[in-house]
Design a protein around this ligand. Structure first.
Ligand code: SAH
Ligand code: DHB
Ligand code: MG
Length: 224
């Protein structure tokens, strides 16, 4: 049971449960046409983010790592009227493609894209008094994941949901001696998550069209 089966089953689930959506499809087309790497969440994962946002009644969402805005659109579509997604993207080209996608999806008033390295924009958001965010999705460069988690905590409240993508990396996360900064970032994040008393967390391994990876899910405790 490997990639071919995971991809076929992902398609089976997608065909059943994730109806095609013109704006989401267009965002993928535009990202591909612009040469962006095809590393966005899969359709079933996008819908999972959307459902989690709805399940927790999120109104204010923070995303770290926009790419072409595929996951951002899924999240934005989960919000009630007046809700907002703030999404952070370092790469100007990715930001430009994402902005066009948000405009095409009619979400310009819902999504606020801040272009720049997230470790520069996160302190600015805090200084502006933004937050608390009800749901935070961490999905940028993996080497800074522990720092993103620290900012997520600063910008959250009791009950906030923090989700991080790519916490398993094909099992490479087991390699304590890895020379890959991204793997070391994920490992430090996982250790940080385990040690952090202010959250209760778990991780779920995933297989599908994006291979073998996983999500972390944390909820900020009410006594924090
Ligand atoms: N969340 C997107 C995928 C994000 S891919 C989706 O599922 O649709 C990761 C993105 O993080 C890339 O666009 C990359 O340019 C961006 N990124 C990398 N380093 C960053 C940094 N330091 N600050 C902000 N964004 C960064
Ligand atoms: C990469 C980044 C991601 O967020 C992802 O989901 C898959 C791959 C990457 O940088 O290779
Ligand atoms: Mg990811």
């Amino acid at each position: 049971m490997t990639q071919d089966v995971w991809t076929a089953v992902d398609k089976y689930i997608t065909d059943l449960l994730v109806p095609s959506d013109p704006a989401l499809e267009a965002s993928l087309q535009a990202a591909s046409a612009a040469g962006l790497p095809p590393i966005q969440v899969s359709p079933v994962q996008g819908k999972l983010l959307h459902l989690l946002a709805r399940a927790c009644g999120a109104r204010q969402v923070l995303e770290i790592g926009t790419l072409g805005g595929y996951s951002t659109i899924w999240l934005a579509r989960a919000l009630p009227a007046g809700g907002r997604v703030v999404t952070l993207e370092a790469d100007p080209k990715h930001a430009e493609v994402a902005r066009a996608n948000f405009s095409h999806a009619g979400l310009t008033g819902v999504i606020e894209l801040r272009q720049g390295p997230a470790l520069e924009t996160l302190p600015k958001l805090a200084a502006e008094g933004r937050g608390p965010f009800d749901l935070i999705f961490i999905d940028a460069n993996k080497s800074n994941m522990p720092e993103y988690f620290d900012w997520a905590l600063k910008l959250s409240r009791a009950g906030s949901v923090i989700i991080a993508d790519n916490v398993i990396r094909n099992g490479a996360v087991l390699d304590a001696a890895s020379g890959d900064d991204n793997i070391q970032g994920v490992r430090r994040f996982n250790e940080r998550l385990a040690a952090e008393k202010r959250v209760s967390a778990t991780e779920i391994q995933t297989v599908g069209s994006k291979g073998y990876d996983g999500f972390a899910l944390a909820v900020v405790n009410s006594d924090s």
